[in-house]
Design a binder for this molecule. Structure first.
Ligand SMILES: [Zn+2]
Length: 68
């Protein structure tokens, strides 16, 4: 089975005409970086909304311990 990088098309593992897709080291690094950036971005937005979310998600009996 031939394995190609699904991102850049680089040949990862030569084999038969059956083609499968993987990810090469370079693209995996790029994808990880992009994901990390996206995670940081998506985390940065809820942070601003957290006070409202925390207030609605407060558990009974915990109200007096939460400093808002
Ligand atoms: Zn690649």
């Amino acid at each position: 089975m031939t394995v190609l990088c699904a991102w850049c098309g680089k040949l990862l593992k030569p084999g038969s005409e059956v083609v499968s897709h993987g990810i090469c080291e370079h693209c995996s690094w790029q994808v990880e970086r992009t994901l990390a950036k996206d995670m940081f971005r998506s985390r940065a937005i809820p942070r601003r909304r957290r006070p409202a979310l925390a207030a609605s998600a407060r558990l009974p009996g915990f109200d007096e311990h939460v400093a808002v």
